[in-house]
Design a protein around this ligand. Sequence first.
Ligand code: PRX
Length: 665
Amino acid sequence: MSEPTSAIESVLVENRVFPPSEDTVKNARIAGMQAYEALCAEAEKDFEGFWARLARENLQWSRPFTQTLDESNAPFYKWFADGELNASANCLDRHIGTPVENKTAIIFEADDGAVTQVTYKELLARVGQFANALKARGVQKGDRVLIYMPMTIEGVVAMQACARIGATHSVVFGGFSAKALHERTIDAGAVAIITANYQLRGGKELPLKSIVDEALAMGGCDSVKTVLVYERTASAWNRVEGRDVTFTEALAGQSTECAPVPVGAEHPLFILYTSGSTGKPKGVQHSTGGYTLWARQTMLWTFDLQPSDVFWCTADIGWITGHTYVAYGPLAAGATQVVFEGVPTFPHAGRFWEMIERHKVSIFYTAPTAIRSLIKAADSDEKVHPKNWNLTSLRVLGSVGEPINPEAWMWYYRNVGGERCPIVDTFWQTENGGHVITPLPGATPLVPGSCTLPLPGIKAAIVDETGKDLPNGAGGMLVIKRPWPSMIRTIWGDPERFKKSYFPEEMGGTIYLAGDGAVRSEDRGYFRITGRIDDVLNVSGHRMGTMEIESALVAKTDLVAEAAVVGRPDDLTGEAIVAFVVLKRPVPTGEEAKQLANELRNWVAKEIGPIAKPKDIRFGENLPKTRSGKIMRRLLRSLAKGEAITQDTSTLENPTILDQLAKTN
Ligand code: PRX
C-alpha cells in the first residue's frame, strides 16, 4: 500500500485514504477500479447474463440450467432453478485430476497446538466415508441434520457429507444452550444430530454430548433417530443405547467412495438460525446453486485468492462466516486453509500472530472484537504484541461481523499488516450468504471504518421508509434493490415472516431490507454502516435479539415480572447488553442486588448461551412506559449509556423509577 493521502488522525470524519500499491494492483484478479467498474457495467447492461456467466464459470453443473432468474413469485426468487449440481462435488470432486488434488486443503491446529493436515484427495475420502455412514443410518436427501460440533476437520466433514447426500444441515454454535438446541431441533425437524463428546477451548474440556441429551430429554424430538458422537477427548460420556453411535463405529466398514447426489439449484443446502426482532430465532434457508456460486466467487474477488495462498478465517462453523469462508468457499476455490479449534488468548494473547507465522498465513480474516481485545492485551503485555512474530507472509487482511472503528483499523493495518496489506472490511449478513459490500484488495482505495462499495451485481442503496433513494451524506436504511444468487430463500417453515422481515410492503414488497442503517460518503459514495435499526444487537460480532433475551428473563417466573433489554456502545464488544428488570419482590439493593443480577445472568446463559448474558442488569419497581403502556425504549437506551435524560418524562406514572434504573449492579 502507498502512503495515505492525508494523515489527519481524526475519528469523527475519516479523511485518510489508502490506495492499493501498484504491485498489488498488477497481480490482482480485479486489477484497479476500471476492472471493478467494468464488472459493474456488465451487470448493469445484462443482469441475468452476468450472473449466468459467473454461475457457469464457478460451478460444475451435472445438469446445466437454462433459466437464470425466476422472479414470478417475488420475493421468493429462484436462481438457476432447472439446473442440477452438488455442493460437495463443487468443493472436492472438482479438484480431483487437477494439481489441487494433492494440495493441503486443511491445516488443523488443535487447542493444545497439535497440527494435522489433510489434502483434497484425503478430505474427499473422509467426506465420502462419512456420507456413507449417514446413509447407513437412514439419512436421505431432503432430511435435516443438526450439527453441534467443535471447530475441527470433523465438523467440516460432517457439513460436506450432508451436502453430498442432499441432506440439509443446520449447524448450531457449540456455545448455545440445551434449550436453544431443543428449539432448533424441533423447528428443523432433524432426523439426526452430529456432535462430539466434548469440545476443547482454552485448555478446558466443555461438554457437548450431555447438552444434546438434555435437549432431547425436553421432549418433542421424536424425529431424531440417531446421535453421532465424535470422541474428541478420552473422557467418558453417557451413551443412549439404540440412538447413539460413535464416529468410529459408524465409519467402520464404510467405503470412502460415495457418489454425490445431484440436487436442484434451489435445494436447501442448509438452514442457519439467527436472531430477529421477535423472541424466536429465524431459520435462514440457503440454496445450493446460488450460495455455492457466491462462496467461491467472493473468495476469488474479495480476498483475491491465488493458488499459493494460505487462507485463515477465524470464525466458528456455527456462524455464517464459518459456513461460507471455512466449510464451503475456501474448498470450492481450492485454497489451503487453517482451521483453529481454540481461542485467541490461549495459551497467550499472541496465539493468532504465532499461528500466522507458523503456517505462513497470507490471507487473514477475523472480527473487530478479536482485534480490539488483542490490542488491549498487547498494550498491557509487550510479549504478545504482533511485532514479536514474523508476519511477512500476510498480504490481505479482512474484517467481518461488526463495524470496525478507525483506531482498531489503523492498529490492524500497521501492526499486523505492516502497512502493506489491504484490509477488506466486508459487510454482509447471515441472510446474504456471502459478502455484499466490501473493498477489493487490488482495486479499492480504502477508508478506515468504511466497507466502501457493493460487489458487482449487488444493487445496494440507501433509502427512506418509502424506498426513495437518499443522496450521499444522508443517513437511511440499507437495502438491496435486486435479488442476488446467494440471498436467503425463505425462513424455514415461515414464509410469511420471511416476507414481512425483509421485503416491506411500503417499499413495494420486492426490495431486500437489510435491517442496518448506513450512510454514503459525500466524496466517494462509500458506504458506512451505522448499526442495526431493529431490535437486534451485535455483541462481539454475535447477533442477539433483545426480545430473545427478554423472553429468557421473564421465563424465570419465580423471580421476574417484566424485563426490557437494550444495547449500549462498548469499547471492546461493540455493543453490550443492558437489561432492565422488574422483580416480583421489592427492588433489591447492595449485595442482594449483585447476587440477584448474577443469578439472572447465569439463568440467561442457561436459557440461550453465555454470549447472551447481560453485562449490566438494573432493577426498578417498574419500567418507563407511555400512557398506552408502551415501554419507552429510547429512554432506556439513554439510561443504559448513563446519559442525562432530556426526553419528556411527564407522561411517566412514576418518575422516581428513572433514578432506580440508573443504578448499575
Ligand atoms: O449489523 C451488521 C453487522 O452484522 C450484522 C449481521 O450479523 P450476522 O448475520 O450474524 O452476520 C455476521 C457475519 C457476516 C449486520 O446486519 N455487520 C456485519 N459485517 C459488518 C457489520 N457491520 C459493519 N461492518 C461490517 N463489515
